[in-house]
Design a binder for this molecule. Structure first.
Ligand SMILES: Nc1ncnc2c1ncn2[C@@H]1O[C@H](COP(=O)(O)OP(=O)(O)O)[C@@H](O)[C@H]1O
Ligand SMILES: [Mg+2]
Length: 509
């Protein structure tokens, strides 16, 4: 008899519905899978056979053919096991075929018939909402049910699945309280209230957060660069539900979602080591996985010791920085993962780390310093509006008992107001922040009065700034004005923005 069971296959972030057709015919015992299965899917045969036998079901010694349709979708991973096992039982008339109506079955089987969790449950939920009922590993149910209109029934073992489908076991769909998950933000351990001194760096990060500008931090080891960068998500606007769902999908596909936290509600902070491969940073691999740029989607990507990253890896950042997404080309077609993030790159001022530090002597030659800084040029420097110098805070200030530094929540309030001003102004333009202003927008929205023009021209000549720096200064000045609630750009806004181009002028050490 021919049986048909629905399951899903993940392609990039999307789950596609797949028909598992099982045909059992007389003839020599054989078990074959056709329809573009990859190696892991072909291994399903052994798991399915053992799981059925070890839980007391009859495994037919006949010719079994499993066809996965549509044939042009590449099927990967072990999540198809459950549908194949159930398909065999339907073909053997252990389960009545009509009971399978509108059910989608997903799960990996262990040899003893346990049903093990899969990745991408949120995407599976999105593919199955409204029209289908999902039978899923219990661990995945809350995540899938974060999507409105999803009925997700929790499974632990193969016999449980069979009993439920035969109508001898009742299961209730999981109904998580979505709103509650969203409101109950986990307490954040990190806060700018912990950072002593560093007022200029904190101000610059506030400007960056307000306008969505990428940042380069330059400072010796131990000066607090990592500490400052890590706290940036705490002053960005809270995630909206649709942002949380997008980011969760990426984390879920990468199997990074803890079972008790089915929704990513805090903006991610990703800090890959400089030894990372381009597949690790951008995404890819034989079984494709989202890279760090996508895991940072809607959050912050921090590249510590950025000149140490390999050049092809840094070059790979060009596409996500421009398009907010990455496209991975593969033999079986191309995949697209979202990758919109704020970039913070950090570097030492020179190879030894102590150039410009009063407490230690720098041992680098000017040529070494120039070569070190030049490594960042190109893909990254082109996209970075704000440079921050992070000098070490004197020990005396670290132990200061004076007034506590301003907490993140207060900074975030100002950031939000500035963002609202930008959103209002750019409603017609299809952009949200000053960092997204194209040259024609800069002309329209960043006009200067006479005094402002004079100031900027003088700075350009005196500091030897490039034409490229010109546009960046204006965009950042626009953000500074938005933080101040000012309609037009004033010289004081321009003056502050000029300070954030320190590396341009110091490159010729
Ligand atoms: N301004 C500061 N206020 C409080 N602690 C600081 C400050 N600067 C540095 N520290 C302490 O020094 C440690 C090292 O800072 P870190 O951010 O790792 O420096 P970097 O990344 O620049 O090498 C931090 O974990 C923190 O404990
Ligand atoms: Mg560090």
């Amino acid at each position: 008899m021919l049986a048909k069971v629905l399951t899903v296959a993940l392609v990039g972030l999307d789950a596609h519905l797949i028909d598992v057709e099982v045909d059992i015919a007389g003839g020599l015992p054989q078990f074959s899978v056709v329809g573009l299965p990859d190696a892991t899917v072909r291994e399903s045969r052994d798991r399915v056979r053992s799981a059925l036998k070890n839980t007391g079901f009859h495994f037919p010694a006949k010719k079994i053919t499993v066809n996965l349709a549509p044939a042009d979708v590449k099927k990967e991973g072990a999540g198809l096991d459950l549908a194949m096992a159930i398909g065999i039982l339907v073909a053997e008339e252990v389960i009545p075929a009509e009971r399978l109506d509108r059910f989608v079955l997903v799960g990996e089987l262990s040899l003893d018939g346990q049903i093990k969790p899969v990745s991408g449950a949120l995407s599976i939920g999105i593919a199955c909402r409204d029209d289908y009922r999902l039978l899923l590993p219990a661990e995945n149910c809350r995540e899938a049910a974060m999507v409105e209109g999803v009925a997700a029934y929790p499974l632990r073992t193969l016999p449980e699945a069979v009993a439920f489908l035969r109508g001898t076991l009742t299961l209730d769909p999981v109904r998580p309280d979505r709103a509650r998950f969203f409101e109950a933000r986990p307490p954040e351990d990190d806060d700018y209230g912990d950072v002593r001194g560093q007022d200029q760096a904190k101000r610059a990060l506030e400007v960056a957060a307000a306008g969505g500008h990428n940042v380069l931090m330059v400072g010796p080891p131990g000066s607090g660069k990592t500490m400052l960068a890590k706290r940036l998500p705490t002053i960005l606007p809270l995630m909206a539900l649709d942002e949380a769902i997008e980011t969760t999908r990426v984390h879920s596909i990468a199997a990074l979602l803890p079972a008790d936290r089915p929704l990513v509600t805090v903006r991610p902070f990703r800090s890959p080591h400089h030894s990372i491969s381009d597949a690790g940073l951008i995404g890819g691999g034989t079984v494709p996985r989202p890279g760090e740029v996508s895991l940072a989607h809607n959050g912050v990507l921090f590249l510590d010791e950025s000149p140490e990253f390999r050049r092809p890896v840094l070059d790979g950042l060009r596409q996500p920085l421009e398009e907010g997404a990455v496209t991975l080309t593969r033999v079986s077609g191309s995949l697209r993962y979202p990758a919109r993030f704020m970039l913070i790159a950090a570097m030492n001022p020179c190879p030894c780390g102590y150039y410009g530090d009063r407490s230690r002597e720098c041992i680098c030659t000017p040529q070494q310093i120039r070569r070190y800084r030049a490594r960042l040029s190109g893909p990254l420097q082109d996209r970075i509006d704000i440079h921050i110098e992070v000098p070490p805070v004197p020990v005396r200030e670290l132990h200061d008992q004076g007034p506590a530094p301003e907490p993140s929540a207060m900074i975030r309030k100002r950031v939000l107001e500035a963002r609202e001003r930008q959103a209002g102004r750019y409603r017609q333009e299809g952009i949200h922040t000053n960092a997204q202003l194209k040259p024609r927008h800069v002309k329209r929205y960043c006009g200067l009065d006479r005094a402002g023009q004079d100031l900027l021209e003088q700075a350009m000549t005196r500091l030897g700034l490039s034409a490229r720096a010109h546009g960046r200064i204006l965009r950042v000045a626009r953000t500074i004005a938005d933080l101040a609630g000012a309609e037009s750009l004033e010289p004081v806004h321009v003056a502050e923005a000029i300070q954030y181009r320190s590396l341009d002028r110091r490159l010729d050490v």
